[in-house]
Every structure is written in C-alpha cells, then in structure tokens.
Design a protein around this ligand. Structure first.
Ligand code: ATP
Length: 434
C-alpha cells in the first residue's frame, strides 16, 4: 500500500526537501523549490543516471544544450503544430480542464456542474521574446523537452567525437510545459528536469535496441532500490502512439494516485533527423564505412524525468515501523541516493571536549562523505531526525570516547551499533560504501 502523498509533502516541507516556490507570496501554481536535502537527493539521482549512462558506457556522449533554440526547431519537431492538449472552459466558474479528462456522458464542469465551452487546442509551449522588441518575429520558446538539442547537435557530435553507429547522446536539463492540469506534488509541474538519451542505430536493428533500452532502464530503477512490485512496463497500444513512433513503452511507478509514467522509451524511427534535415537543409545522414552506405539513423529515446524519479525514490524509501517498541519513520534510500551519508552527534552538547571531538571527526569525514554535525537535541531526537531524512550512519561521541578513543556507529536500517576506534573510523565508513 503506497504512502499517501500528503505524508510525503509534509515530510518534504518539515525536513527541508521541497518547498512551495515563492511561498512567502502565497506560492506559484505547480512550481517547487528543492531545499537543502532535496537538492542533494535530486543531484544524486542525476549523478547516478549520468554515471550509469555516460561514464560506465563506451557508446555514449554527454551534452548540455541551450534552453532557447531557433524557433524553426519547434516547427520541424512538430511541437508548434501538434504539441497541444484539447481544452475546455467552464462558463460558470471559469476553470479549465483537459477535454479528455471530462466524461463524455456528463460533459459538465467536474467542479461546479456548469456548462462547458467547445474544446479548443491549447499549445503547451511557453513563449517568450528574444531581444528588446515584443513582436511575433522575435518569438522563441522555452524548450518543452531536451531532446531537440540532441538532434540539432547530432552532426557536431558525430564528427567531433568520431563516432560510428550505434551510439547515444545523453543530456540532463530543464524543460517547460504549460500543463493545463499540473498536480500531484512534483509529479506534473510546469518547469521540470529531464534526463534524456537519444540512441542512434541502423534501421533494422532498432527493435532489438528498443527492447534493450526498455530492460536497461527498468533495471536501473531496481538497482537504486525501487521495490519491484511498484514498477511495471506498459506498452502503448497502437492508437496511443505518436504518428512517427514505431513503438513506445512507459516505465510506470505505483505512485499514491495510481500507476503513472516515470519514463517513456520510444522507437522514433528516423523521424527527428529527417525532419531537421528537411527544415535546416543540412545533411544529417551517417556514412557507414563498412557497408559503404549513407542513411539517416533510427533513434531510440529513453526519456526520464529527474523530478518524477526523485519523487518515486522518496515515496519508495518511506517506511513507518516499530522497532523494539519504538516507532520511527525512515527514508531507507539507497546509499548512492541518501542526501546525507554520515551524521556526527555529541551525546552531551554542554561538554566542550565532546563537542570538540565530534566536530573534529565530522571535519575529517567531510572530505570523503557528505557529513553533518548536529547537537541540537537529545540523542533520541537526533536519531529520529536522521532516520527521517535517510542518513545512513550516525556516529555518536560519548563520554567514554574521551578515554577509549572510540565512537559508536549506528546503522540506519538495522539500528545496530558498532564501537569503532577513532583511527579505524574512516576505513570503516569507506568499507560501508565500497
Ligand atoms: P505525461 O503523459 O505524464 O504528460 P509525457 O508522456 O508527456 O508525460 P514525455 O514527453 O515522454 O512525457 O516526457 C518524458 C518524461 O519527462 C516523462 O516520463 C516524465 O518523467 C517527465 N515529464 C514530462 N512532463 C512532465 C511534467 N509536466 N512534470 C514533471 N515531469 C514531466
């Protein structure tokens, strides 16, 4: 049974993971700010993704393209014409809804029962103006996906990195969509971050690569601790597919509101490079030296959301338990994702020698692991706080530490404590992470 979203939202606020954007002004709809712990968690999610898809592979290059692109890019990609949702307005309460979310039998406002307008197409791209003049010719868009920056750089990367097919380009970056019905916390927002791969292959091998990437990406979420029962692959039915896509699967997570998309993997055939070749009048084909043939590569696109992945890892890590009569909330993050790796806690904060020793230990460990010193409560309270933010190890400095030159290391999950000599401490913690 997944935890209710309200509990996650409240923990995130209380413990400094995620705050409402512009909160002191009453907030701005569906935009969120990652606080001190949230920024660490999300950075860790992006870092393990980058490590696995770029550093640990021989067939991938990284990219960081600009958010603002030539407006013709969005004509070529089909976004100007087709990146729309049908929208209806309530004539009475003036609220807006996605037409496909309204039951066709009722065709009434789901909030007040009022009469609805005819559906009209609403483009989800945010528009802005480049330069000082606000005129149509100066219109540019905030990118609604990072993918197009990869396609427009395909040729640059192919030649500068002397690549052959198959190879991929990976990118993490912000994307913007003027969603009609944002909601469910950070699940659907108007500003979000994507982690996208475009993997270029020869036609004929595309189906095999598509299946490979579906499996690879599914395994990635399991590797970082998502419970297998909460993850599924849903293949799109033919009528759901975009006109250019050969096939598409969503990796879905069992969010509190039900199974929802975490990542989409699509076989986009040669649609994107072909479109950009036509619109830019540049040759975006690949010359296959072995076959002495020139062709436009097919592309497999695993497209994930950094915010959705972060939310899924948060929800999946959440547990409430009673251990030896003690109730606690734990965020049982994978060790690579936990925002804080080690907390150093003096048992008594009014004993300067203990405080001094604890601070020195924290200083030493900080060079290798993200370490926090905390003396703002009783040890019981400090443990509860560290459990609730998912800190992996708590090191307690007690009075005995001054004489036996050893400290207690408590494991977040087992709550077992080891007494470790100071000179062996760094090695002990390092071994835990190896
Ligand atoms: P949905 O059906 O949920 O609107 P989509 O199919 O439009 O998503 P894609 O265009 O495939 O999404 O984008 C790839 C990924 O980017 C999604 O799987 C999701 O993780 C993330 N994403 C898309 N839109 C949003 C959003 N509004 N807020 C947060 N993340 C998003």
């Amino acid at each position: 049974m997944p935890v209710e979203m309200d509990k996650i939202v409240s923990l995130c606020k209380r413990r400094g993971f995620i705050f409402q954007s512009s909160e002191i002004y009453g907030g701005l709809g569906s935009t969120w700010d990652y606080g001190p712990l949230g920024v660490e968690l999300k950075r860790n999610v992006k870092e393990v993704w980058w490590r696995d898809v770029v550093y640990n592979r021989d067939d991938m290059e990284g990219l960081d393209a600009a958010i603002l692109m030539h407006p013709e890019v969005w004509v070529a990609s089909g976004h100007v014409e087709g990146f729309t949702d049908p929208l209806v307005d309530c004539k009475l309460c003036k609220k807006r809804f996605k037409a496909d979310a309204i039951s066709t039998n009722e065709n009434k406002c789901p909030e007040c029962g009022g009469e609805l307008t005819e559906a009209r197409q609403f483009n989800l791209m945010f528009k802005t103006f480049m330069g000082p003049v606000e005129e149509e010719a100066a219109t540019v868009y905030l990118r609604p996906e990072t993918a197009q920056g990869i396609f427009t750089n395909f040729s640059n990367i192919l030649t500068t990195m002397r690549r052959k097919l198959p190879f991929g380009i990976a990118q993490i970056g912000k994307a913007f969509r003027n969603e009609i019905t944002p909601g469910n916390f950070t699940f659907r927002t108007r500003e979000f971050e994507q982690m996208e791969i475009e993997y270029f292959v020869e036609a004929g091998t595309d189906q095999q690569w598509y299946e490979y990437w579906v499996q690879e990406r599914f395994a990635w979420y399991l590797k970082y601790g998502i419970n297998k029962d909460n993850l599924q692959v849903r293949e799109h039915a033919p009528q759901e597919l975009a006109h250019y896509a050969k096939c598409c699967s969503d990796i879905e997570y069992l969010f509190p509101m039900g199974w929802s998309e975490l990542e989409g993997i699509a076989n986009r055939a040669d649609y994107d490079l072909r479109q950009h070749s036509i619109h830019s009048n540049k040759d975006l084909s690949f010359f296959d030296e072995d076959k002495k043939q020139r062709y436009i590569p097919y592309v497999i696109e695993p497209s994930a959301g950094a915010d959705r992945a972060t939310l899924a890892f948060l929800i999946d890590a959440y547990r409430e338990e009673t251990v030896r009569g003690e109730r606690r909330v734990v965020l049982g993050f994978h060790k690579s994702l936990a925002p804080i790796k080690v907390a150093v806690l003096p048992l008594l904060r009014n004993r300067p020698e203990l405080v001094q020793l604890a601070r020195t230990i924290a200083e030493g460990l900080r060079k290798r692991f993200f370490t926090k010193y905390d003396d703002t409560g009783s040890i019981g309270r400090l443990y509860r706080r560290q459990d609730e933010i998912g800190t992996l190890y708590c090191i307690t400095v007690d009075v005995q530490s001054l004489t036996d030159k050893a400290v207690t290391v408590r494991d977040r999950d087992t709550m077992l404590q080891d007494r470790i000599p100071l000179e062996a401490l760094e090695r002990y913690v390092m071994d835990k992470f190896s």
